[in-house]
Ligand binder design. Structure first.
Ligand code: ATP
Ligand code: MG
Length: 449
């Protein structure tokens, strides 16, 4: 980046130096031309006022001979013949000058100016002609170098100046680039506390993104840490129970009756461990893969019916009526994921229900979407807990959930599945009245992906 900025600055500077040089030269050359014409006018006035007052060309001759004029003076009669020329040996041999532009102009308006490039390459001649009262034209001419000749003459000086300027801008652009890049370099070193180092408002959106990512990473790290701590804790509880029961049996002091009870305890806790481990494995599976799920056309109603049939036994045990409503509805989905989703929702609806309660699973076709609803007349979820129940290991009533074998991972898995299937989830619940979970699936494959 530094190199690029440096290079571009140098290119701009070099172009600017040359452009300024050319433009300024053009302006100065213009002034220089005006100056020459002004000089010629002054010389003419002096000549007319002093040497020429008595119209004596010999006096003029002496005048020009004595003083080292760098101008050429010509006197042209009314008929165009040259009666005097400061550079001609014999002015009578010169051709008629009435066709010269400056002479024509002077005859018309009193004075005339003309710039002509002489045969000698690069040398321009400036002519100034003035008409005198008697009709004679006095013309003063001076050679002037062209802009290129001036350049060539001044080339060594120009080169030195340009080189000097380029060297100065080289150092300046290096310093400038360093200063420009410094805040960015500082930013990289202090990603945690960027606020102190932001000196460009243009960088703000970039910093916001980086900061957000940084925060996300930190949050993720924290969540992982919390998850690990939770997992360890959740594993420890049933394992402690198992060890306790085993120890009691080991002492040989337990009666047969006790041994059976302890064995049941060991069995229950081992099952809990297994469920927990299965859920954790499933969560990490869903968490780990960034890739899209392979979707197939599935009948949501059939999957829901299978799930309801499977959980019928559990519902009976909890004295809950479980039923399904609706008809065949096809969606792009993944059978295993939908099984898990339905199982977790129905399982919760049964477990957090009251004796004599009802659970209704309904599937409805909404045109471009299919709606799955799991409604129960259970204990409900308090408002403040509604947003948290999808967190890992979160349970509203720890003792109730644990007593029914819950790990607090069911809805976390549901949330993952919903995301993977690009579905929408809505939860309505009232304590003491019941809970209603709605999931909306898109019917079109293209709309999903
Ligand atoms: P798991 O599903 O892993 O066996 P769990 O049921 O405790 O354990 P989740 O399914 O994630 O975990 O549910 C989290 C908490 O949300 C539950 O502990 C419960 O307190 C509450 N909850 C979930 N569904 C309902 C419901 N239908 N009615 C009342 N409370 C519910
Ligand atoms: Mg659950």
């Amino acid at each position: 980046m530094k190199k690029k900025i440096n290079f571009q600055l140098m290119v701009i500077t070099t172009v600017a130096i040359f452009a300024t040089m050319i433009l300024i030269s053009a302006v100065f050359y213009d002034i220089y031309q005006d100056q020459i014409v002004d000089d010629l006018k002054t010389v003419t006035t002096i000549l007319v006022d002093t040497a020429f007052t008595d119209n004596d060309k010999h006096l003029l001759e002496n005048h020009t001979d004595n003083t080292e004029y760098l101008v050429r003076i010509t006197l042209i009669n009314g008929d165009g013949t040259v009666c005097y020329d400061s550079e001609a040996e014999d002015s009578s041999l010169m051709d008629n000058h009435n066709s010269r532009p400056e002479v024509i102009e002077a005859r018309k308006s009193g004075e005339g100016i003309s710039v002509r490039r002489s045969a000698t390459v690069g040398i321009s001649c400036f002519y100034y002609a003035r008409r005198l009262d008697n009709g004679t034209i006095i013309r003063v001419a001076k050679e002037a170098s062209s802009i290129f000749r001036i350049y060539i003459n001044a080339m060594p000086v120009i080169l030195v100046i340009v080189l000097l300027l380029i060297m100065i801008s080289l150092v300046a652009s290096r310093l400038l680039t360093k200063r420009l890049v410094k805040p960015i370099e500082q930013l990289v070193d202090h990603l945690g506390d960027v606020d102190e180092f932001v000196s460009y408002e243009e960088l703000q959106p970039f910093i916001n993104t980086i900061q957000k990512q940084h925060e996300d990473i930190m949050k993720n790290a924290f969540m992982r840490q919390e998850f690990t701590a939770n997992v360890s804790h959740e594993l420890k509880t049933p394992l402690t129970s198992i060890t306790g029961y085993a120890e009691l049996i080991e002492t040989g002091m337990a009666s047969d009756e006790d041994i059976r009870r302890f064995a049941a305890g060991i069995h229950k806790n081992s099952n809990r461990l297994l469920t927990l481990i299965n859920d954790i494995i499933r969560l990490s599976e869903l968490d780990g893969t960034e890739q899209e799920v392979v979707l197939e056309r599935v009948n949501l109603y059939m999957i829901a019916r299978a799930c309801v049939n499977m959980l019928q036994f559990s519902a009976d045990k909890h004295m809950v009526t479980l039923r399904i409503e609706g008809k065949d509805c096809y969606i792009p989905g993944n059978r295993q994921m939908l099984d898990e989703l339905l199982y977790n929702l129905c399982d919760n609806a049964i477990r957090y229900n009251n004796e004599g309660g009802i659970v209704v699973v309904s599937i409805r076709d909404l045109g471009d979407k299919v709606e799955l609803k799991v409604r129960d007349t259970g204990i409900g979820i308090p408002k403040e807990a509604q947003s948290r129940i999808f967190e890992r290991f979160y349970r509203v009533d720890k003792s109730r959930s644990k007593s029914t074998g819950g790990t607090g991972l069911g809805l976390a898995i549901v949330k993952h599945i919903i995301t993977k299937l690009h579905a929408q989830l809505d939860l309505k619940s009232k304590v003491g009245e019941g809970t209603e979970v709605t999931v909306l699936f898109l019917k079109k494959m293209e709309a999903v992906i």
